[in-house]
Ligand binder design. Structure first.
Ligand SMILES: Cc1cc2nc3c(=O)[nH]c(=O)nc-3n(C[C@H](O)[C@H](O)[C@H](O)COP(=O)(O)O)c2cc1C
Length: 194
């Protein structure tokens, strides 16, 4: 099994999503010790904004292809997604711009778009300062989780699993509770699939 582990938080060791993706990958490895992990830190090594490249030997094209190949070759993709201004980080968006590629992960047909990257498991660790649950006042401002669901569904991955730590800005006590509850969810999620 190949695991692609992606982090995109700018908060380094203070990052909750980094902690959660590390926990998810550790649980996956416990369940499948032979799994190979490929790690990309999109904050430490940010991808440039996507630009058109005519020459396949251009370093931007080579890097873009590598990102895409790493994604296509993974069985499980673990994505750290902090909420920044109601959506994903620009680092993660730059990664998605290399993953959602016409002719590679989706194609347009006479019957509409068709995803080509199905069959992978995608687990997103979502961290946010406020609350955006279904019945909360913030729900209408959540352009992070619905966006990620739509983007992955578009390329054929309809069942994205989310581990959420919310209300992290409320205070230390709440942060610990949110973290603990996310870690319990990780345990259940990996155990159920094993
Ligand atoms: C630039 C920036 C923008 C943020 N915007 C939001 C936001 O719109 N809504 C929210 O609930 N939290 C927001 N936060 C708080 C983060 O979601 C929270 O700190 C979360 O823990 C970030 O994930 P991380 O700990 O993995 O970095 C923002 C934080 C930063 C640094």
């Amino acid at each position: 099994m190949k695991i692609l582990h992606i982090d995109s938080s700018a908060l380094g060791t203070y990052s909750v999503s980094r902690q959660l993706t590390a926990d998810i990958v550790a649980e996956l490895k416990r369940a499948a010790p032979d799994a190979v992990v490929d790690y990309h830190d999109l904050a430490a090594q940010p991808l440039a904004h996507w630009t058109p490249v005519a020459d396949a030997a251009d370093p931007a094209a080579v890097l873009g292809n590598k990102v895409l190949e790493d994604f296509l070759g993974a069985d499980v993709v673990v994505v750290g997604a902090p909420m920044y201004n109601f959506t994903i980080s620009s680092q993660l968006k730059a990664w998605l711009d290399r993953v959602l590629v016409a002719g590679k992960t989706f194609r347009y047909t006479a019957n509409g778009p068709e995803g080509l990257a199905g069959g992978k498991r995608v687990i997103v660790a979502s961290s946010r300062g406020g609350f955006y649950g279904k019945d909360s006042a913030g729900a209408a401002m959540d352009f992070q989780e619905p966006y990620l669901r739509a983007a992955f569904a578009f390329i054929g991955i309809g069942e994205v699993e989310f581990v959420r730590a919310e209300g992290l800005a409320v205070g230390d006590e709440h942060k610990s509770t949110a973290l603990k509850s996310a870690q319990d969810a990780i345990h259940t999620l990996v155990a159920e699939a094993a």
